[in-house]
Write a protein that binds this ligand. Structure first.
Ligand SMILES: Nc1ncnc2c1ncn2[C@@H]1O[C@H](COP(=O)(O)OP(=O)(O)OP(=O)(O)O)[C@@H](O)[C@H]1O
Length: 370
């Protein structure tokens, strides 16, 4: 369908002052159109690169806004990830290219199909990566299901069935009409803050993919700082000046796995000293030889390394509280799997291969993995 075929295009609804706060709560921070790493201003209905008509909002991150667009040439939906200008937005395509060149099976990794630049009113270039459209992240699904979880993990996304829907009206029936509010820019132009799509459960496919390789590194690469946001998923050695590696990924995986299983995040604070304290409360004292290596806000807390300190809220008790209905066998499998994944010493932590072979992990996947 071309713009000419659609003489009265539907661009969604501007909300009244009562709903404005809700839209702004769900959309990207307004101030990022004026200061800091600037988002590129978009209005629903804009056409980018002479082919992509913006139809809805998919989400946003610290480095981008992500829009659902209709490719008028190939007649299919795409996701446009519009980066902030400058080098902050450029690591992702570099890493994506490495993945495309080196990883054999990328079917569950979200890799870009095309790219181009758009120029803003300050003459700054914003990189746009074109992706297939995927569904909501696990985090936003949990919010919709209103569990007690407050997930921040936005990098695991569900598949979504939207194929063969060409007209915007039908898409809006499935995804909700864009609810938006205006942002008046200093240049005199306008941007729209738009609440992201809401995907109903029956549109979800039984498949997930990993996205956002903006912070991905080759193993062995030295980085500063060692930890990254959200810190609740970071392995404790990363707060102790050790380089991230596959074993720190296993810790993060176990955070996500426990979150899915328990229905809440084990470690949820936003600052690293608070996160380390939470880890110690649940898993007990950190290795003594880590004392003195804590790096981030503050100086750390010597009691974290006190080997006589016992967990104040042990993992076992948390599992019992969160899942009282499960039997003893399942409980001991879960505890065993989590304890191996949450092993403090990265060199002794289970590897991905070992996890897949682990009897407890396999028993749990037998129950929930189909
Ligand atoms: N291909 C896609 N299909 C559907 N939604 C997407 C797609 N890509 C991204 N999103 C949505 O946009 C959000 C932001 O994307 P992403 O996390 O990649 O951005 P980012 O700026 O790199 O974020 P971060 O600050 O985490 O680095 C995601 O949480 C997801 O909801």
């Amino acid at each position: 369908m071309s713009l000419e075929d659609n003489p009265l295009p539907d661009y969604g609804d501007f909300v009244g002052s009562n709903d404005k706060f809700e839209v702004e709560d769900l959309a990207e921070p307004r101030e990022r159109y004026f200061q800091g790493l600037l988002y590129y201003p978009i209005c629903i209905g804009d056409v980018l690169d002479q082919r992509y008509r913006i139809e809805h909002k998919l989400g946003h991150g610290g480095y981008s806004t992500v829009w659902m667009a209709y490719n008028m040439q190939t007649k299919c939906d795409v996701a446009l990830k519009i980066h902030v200008p400058g080098s902050e937005g450029e690591n992702e395509p570099n890493m994506q290219n490495e993945i495309i060149l080196n990883v054999q099976d990328t079917s569950n990794l979200l890799t870009y199909k095309n790219s181009f630049y758009v120029r803003d009113y300050n003459s700054q270039n914003h990189l746009v990566l074109v992706f297939p459209v995927w569904g909501p992240s696990l985090g936003s699904c949990f919010r919709q299901m209103s569990t007690s979880a407050h997930l921040n993990n936005r990098n695991v996304m569900w598949g979504i069935c939207l194929s063969n829907i060409y007209d915007t009206d039908t898409k809006y029936k499935y995804l909700g009409r864009p609810q938006k509010s205006k942002v008046y820019l200093r240049s005199g132009s306008i941007a729209e803050m738009v609440a992201p799509i809401i995907v109903s459960k029956d549109l979800l496919r039984e498949t997930v993919c990993l996205d956002d390789f903006g912070h991905a590194i080759r193993p062995g690469t030295s980085v500063t700082p060692k930890f990254h946001s959200p810190v609740g998923y970071c392995a404790p050695e990363l707060f102790h000046d050790m380089e991230p590696g596959f074993s720190s990924d296993i810790w993060s995986y176990m955070c996500l796995c426990s979150e899915l299983y328990l229905g809440f995040r084990l470690f949820w604070s936003t600052g690293s000293p608070a996160i380390v304290s939470e880890i110690v409360d649940v898993l007990g004292s950190l290795p003594e030889h880590w004392k003195g290596y804590y790096r981030d806000l503050g100086t750390g807390d010597d009691s974290w390394y006190d080997q006589s300190r016992k967990p104040s809220d042990p993992l076992q008790a948390m599992i019992m509280r969160a899942r009282p209905e499960i039997g003893n066998t399942e409980r001991s499998h879960v505890l065993s799997m989590m304890s191996k994944g949450f092993c403090y010493l990265p060199e002794s932590r289970l590897s991905a291969e070992e996890l897949q072979q682990d009897a407890s992990f396999r028993a749990i996947m037998e129950i929930y993995g189909r």
